[in-house]
Design a protein around this ligand. Structure first.
Ligand code: AQP
Length: 334
């Protein structure tokens, strides 16, 4: 375990995980678990940067854990834990805030986008979110971070902060690298296919949950926005169709060319019907395992309790080093 490279990643329990989270993140995490020492976190402190209903947040957090495991992420091989259970995340974040400039935080596109959406309750945590994310990553001396396109800028900040701290106070943090997954496209909204599929989209037809009934999946795929060209072709001019082909290909294992050939001369109707079935069947084993897991809350509690212990042991080592280097007197216990 010790000589394996370290991976850190997480998802926010800010809603129900989507097919985008599954294809773009969870499925890839499964593929990494034998080769790497992986920390997969449920980043609840990130989720509260936008208003959450407390009881929903609690429920979603436990459900995210069940979804990780149901996707094939093995709690024996990986460290699965809840971010707020390891207080070193917020503690390191404070120190990293002291070396982060307002200028670099102003440039973060996610902040710009989210602040447009929730101008009414624009809070400081939304602004310093990338610093907390840097702290998540750097605490574990992470080598590799599997990130989507949308998170690249945040990882770049984590790298800059690690280097800055190391230069100012001597070598402390490993400078993490992005891990580019071999498979797993960015899954787009079914309603606005130039936007990514997002679990907090106000329009429920824009996303498919990882756990959703077959009927609802069929209905949403049927309503998915396409175009008037009428040809099943993988092209940037047809973002809706391209997105459905990506989903189809990822979940069926068929290549894009195979799919294009299969639907040559056929309309979108049959292509959409088949895509919906591929999704229903692709998610079926996940849904079945998930339903079993939710019946066993004690098991889930044991997993996140053990995960927090394991994560904390690693995190505290880095935090102690950091506190010492910046000149904080180590606490004495009497
Ligand atoms: N549509 C997507 N396609 C591919 N990958 C995706 N990810 C998210 N959406 C897609 C990847 O999933 C991981 C966890 O993401 P997250 O839940 O932490 O936050 P997010 O990226 O901000 O996802 P959402 O659904 O858009 O959340 P909200 O709506 O709450 O802001 C990440 O690795 C991400 O790349």
């Amino acid at each position: 375990m010790e000589d394996k490279k370290i991976i850190f990643s997480g998802a926010q329990p800010s809603g129900k995980l989507t097919l985008g989270n599954y294809i773009g993140a969870l499925k890839n995490w499964v593929a990494l678990q034998d080769e790497y020492n992986c920390y997969y976190c449920i980043v609840d402190l990130h989720a509260i940067t936008v208003p959450q209903e407390p009881k929903d947040l609690r429920k979603n957090s436990l459900e995210v854990l069940a979804k990780y495991i149901a996707s094939g992420i093995d709690p024996e091989k990986n460290t699965l834990f809840i971010q707020s259970h390891v207080s070193a995340h917020t503690e390191l974040s404070w120190v990293l805030n002291t070396i982060s400039s307002m200028g670099e935080l102003n440039r973060m596109t996610q902040f710009k986008e989210k602040s447009k959406k929730s101008e009414a309750n624009l809070n400081a945590a939304l602004y310093t979110y990338p610093v907390l994310m840097a702290s998540d990553i750097l605490l574990y001396q992470t080598d590799l971070v599997p990130v989507g396109e949308d998170q690249k800028q945040h990882l770049e900040l984590a790298r800059n902060l690690a280097q800055r701290f190391n230069t100012r106070y001597s070598e402390t943090f490993k400078v993490p690298e992005p891990y580019i997954a071999k498979v797993g496209a960015r899954i787009m909204s079914l309603q606005e296919p130039t936007k990514k599929m997002s679990k907090s989209d106000e329009n429920e037809n824009a996303y498919i949950g990882m756990i959703e009934t077959a009927d609802s999946i069929r209905r949403k795929v049927k309503r998915a926005v396409t175009d008037s060209i009428g040809i099943v072709k993988y092209s940037d001019e047809q973002p809706g169709v391209k997105n459905l082909i990506n989903i189809y290909s990822n979940l069926s294992g068929k290549s894009i060319e195979e799919i294009e050939n299969m639907y040559e001369g056929k309309g979108y109707g049959v292509f959409k019907d088949d895509t919906a079935e591929v999704i229903v069947e692709g998610l079926r084993p996940v849904r079945e395992k998930y339903e079993d897991l939710l019946k066993n809350k004690d098991y889930l509690e044991t997993i996140y309790a053990q995960g927090a212990d394991k994560a904390e042991r690693a995190a505290i080592k880095t935090l102690r080093k950091v506190y010492k280097k910046v000149g904080l007197i180590p606490r004495k216990f009497i």
